[in-house]
Design a protein. Structure first.
Length: 223
């Protein structure tokens, strides 16, 4: 028991450090893109580089973990959306949850890390869940028929970042963060209304994007 009691605080501290590292990695990616450095991530998390490397052997391993957590969040949000009684509320809830989580901040690392088997499996599961969400909303007549699952994925990515919020954070203008967040929420609502049946004035331009556009960026190029 004594040994267990000693391990518990260390384990709790390790978990806190891990959460801080993952959030810091997400924040630094939003600001610096794929050039985000290990030193910047560790500094933002308030831990030493040694602590980071004790948890993750490389920056790639850290980014793989971050990607896996994002995929898990995506799937959980989609499952909640499918459990909602109203198809429109379920779709909106899914999109909003993913946007607020910051799914789009991972776009800069596409094609720079190896995709693990677990990542690939979670991604395939997420694609199937989103396709079901979209089909359900279409069948209910609440989603405009020319919107595809890939459209929704790209919308989440685009709304996942906020240049204004990023700029204010860089400037240390904490006094304006709440106002910028509210403004961003208005834009999200405007975009979501554009998905709904009856809200369209003109058909969407051009052919619908394919999975290739969204997925091929994650194929790792030559070193």
């Amino acid at each position: 028991m004594t040994g267990s009691r000693r391990r518990a605080p260390r384990q709790a501290e390790a978990e806190r450090n891990d959460r801080a590292l993952l959030q810091a990695a997400r924040d630094v990616l939003a600001l610096e893109g794929s050039h985000a450095s290990v030193a910047a991530i560790a500094a933002r998390a308030g831990v030493g580089i040694g602590s980071l490397y004790r948890r993750y052997r490389s920056k790639e391993e850290l980014f793989q973990r971050l990607s896996l957590l994002s995929l898990e969040h995506w799937n959980e949000a989609a499952e909640r959306g499918l459990a909602a009684a109203d198809p429109w509320d379920g779709l909106v809830g899914f999109i909003t949850s993913c946007v607020e989580f910051g799914q789009g901040t991972l776009a800069p690392i596409a094609g720079t890390i190896e995709i693990t088997e677990e990542m690939a499996a979670r991604s395939a599961q997420g694609d199937a869940l989103l396709a079901t969400l979209v089909a359900r909303a279409r069948a209910a007549g609440v989603l405009r028929p020319d919107v595809t699952a890939v459209d929704v994925s790209l919308l989440i990515e685009q709304l996942g970042g906020s240049p204004v919020l990023d700029q204010l954070r860089r400037q240390g203008r904490d006094d304006l963060i709440d106002a910028a967040t509210r403004a961003r929420n208005r834009l999200i609502a405007i975009c979501l209304d554009g998905l709904r049946t009856g809200g369209a004035v003109r058909p969407l331009p051009g052919p619908a994007p394919t999975d290739e556009l969204f997925d091929e960026r994650w194929v790792r190029g030559p070193s």
